[in-house]
Design a protein around this ligand. Structure first.
Ligand code: NDP
Length: 387
């Protein structure tokens, strides 16, 4: 029986993963090793009981009493805190879902790859922050990364059986987020609630706001560069408000392969769970006659400065992605807490990148996870000090 773990089980991707695991037979089909959450001990315990997990871990150690209570009598080990998270990620698995939000998802993903296991990667921050190191770890240890971001899953599927050298361009589609139709001069006044009203996808709060600012797409551009090893100028972004084409690959002969499907993350998760085969999934089927038409437009870089910053990050490479992600996380915290405005987030990230490139050798590649974590901390500090 396949041994699996889910890191970030209580989030939006985690819930969809849980739903699929239960749909595919739950404890009769999978041996669940570890389920982790941040603070939601009650939900984590319910999932752990349903999947008969070996261990359930909350990252926040103040949640341990609640988790222990909720798991009493189940025989499932309850644990909490940073060391418990690391211990959980060291437990041998065949397949693990990386669905923690933010750079906190980096460490467990590394541990899974270091075991030589398969990592279904939703946590895009991992590849933005430490892409070359993650891929090198996977290659050295016999681990494998399967993309779960819908765009990267789409590209991965479109590339199946193809030679990467025949790829001319990769076209990432973007919904444009909640504020895509706002006049440019109103964007500075956008509030958290405005940015959270995503037109198509139901996701965690942080990625939904990142979609409105297109920091999410900027991260995905960098993720594409790292995962598929294409040149930055081969990656294009196009706004596709219907969110039905999840991305496209253009080949040297002019052909474009597009991946279409309902806006339901269970498709990409299910693909990674069943890979290299396909199995029936409980997702809605597209009725194209009913959809009628698909529309596209070029993104306006004045509205979405994050896309320009992604290009600069790819040019520097080294640890620029680490700084970009850390500064973005601080900028997002500041926007959510009302300290800065919606359009100030990109400015804060740009300032932090400029400061760190003056202070450090940003272009030097990280040689260890410790290098990455040290740069992540420094970037958070500098971003916190900026306004
Ligand atoms: P959510 O905010 O819904 O869930 C995040 C998960 O991480 C929860 O289980 C949360 O626990 C846990 N968590 C939060 N902080 C920490 C921490 N410091 N240490 C350990 N665990 C923590 O996020 P999403 O599911 O939306 O996104 C997860 C990842 O997947 C992100 O990287 C996102 O970019 C990516 N992604 C998401 C998509 C989506 O449709 N949602 C699509 C493509 C990619 P708790 O809730 O218990 O506190």
């Amino acid at each position: 029986m396949r041994r699996i773990s889910v890191f970030g089980a209580t989030g939006s991707i985690g819930e969809s993963t849980f739903d699929l695991l239960m749909h595919m037979g739950g404890p009769a089909a999978f041996h669940t090793v570890a389920l982790t959450g941040g603070r939601n001990a009650t939900r984590l315990a319910t999932m752990a009981r349903a999947l008969r997990a070996e261990v359930a871990v909350c990252a926040d150690d103040t949640c341990l009493p609640a988790l222990r209570d909720a798991l009493a009598g189940s025989g499932i080990h309850a644990a909490a805190g940073a060391q418990a998270m690391q211990d959980a990620a060291d437990r041998p698995v065949d397949w693990a879902m990386s669905a923690i939000v933010g750079a906190a998802g980096l460490q467990p993903g590394f541990q899974v790859l270091s075991q030589g296991a398969t990592l279904a990667l939703a946590n895009k921050e991992s590849l933005v922050t430490a892409g070359p190191l993650m891929l090198a770890t996977a290659a050295a240890k016999g681990g494998r990364i399967l993309p779960v971001d819908s765009e990267h899953s789409a590209i991965f599927q479109a590339l199946t059986g193809e030679d990467i050298s025949a790829v001319e361009r990769i076209i990432l589609t973007a919904s444009g987020g909640a504020l895509r139709d706002w006049p440019l001069d109103r964007l500075a006044s956008a509030k958290v609630a405005d940015a959270l009203a995503h037109p198509n996808w139901s996701m965690g709060a942080r990625i939904t706001i990142d979609s409105a600012s297109m920091f999410n797409k900027a991260m995905e551009v960098i993720e594409t560069r790292e995962f598929f090893d294409v040149a930055p100028d081969q990656i294009e972004v196009i706004i596709h408000p219907e969110s039905l084409i999840h991305s496209m690959v253009g080949f040297h002969d002019g052909a474009i392969m597009a991946h279409l499907g309902a806006a339901d993350m269970r498709h990409a998760i299910g693909y990674a769970l069943n890979w290299p085969t396909r199995a029936p999934l409980p997702v809605a089927r597209l009725d194209l006659a009913n959809v009628g038409r698909l529309t596209f437009r070029a993104p306006d870089l004045a509205r979405f400065p994050a896309l320009r910053l992604a290009r600069e990050v790819m040019e520097v490479r080294g640890m620029a992605g680490t700084v970009f992600n850390a500064a973005k996380e601080i900028a997002l915290d500041k926007f959510i807490s009302g300290q800065i405005g919606f359009m100030d987030m990109a400015g804060l990230v740009e300032t932090t990148l400029a400061r760190l490139s003056a202070e450090t050798s940003l272009a030097n590649a990280a040689t260890s996870l410790d290098d990455v974590l040290a740069m992540d901390q420094l970037a958070r500090l500098r971003a916190s000090q900026s306004t």
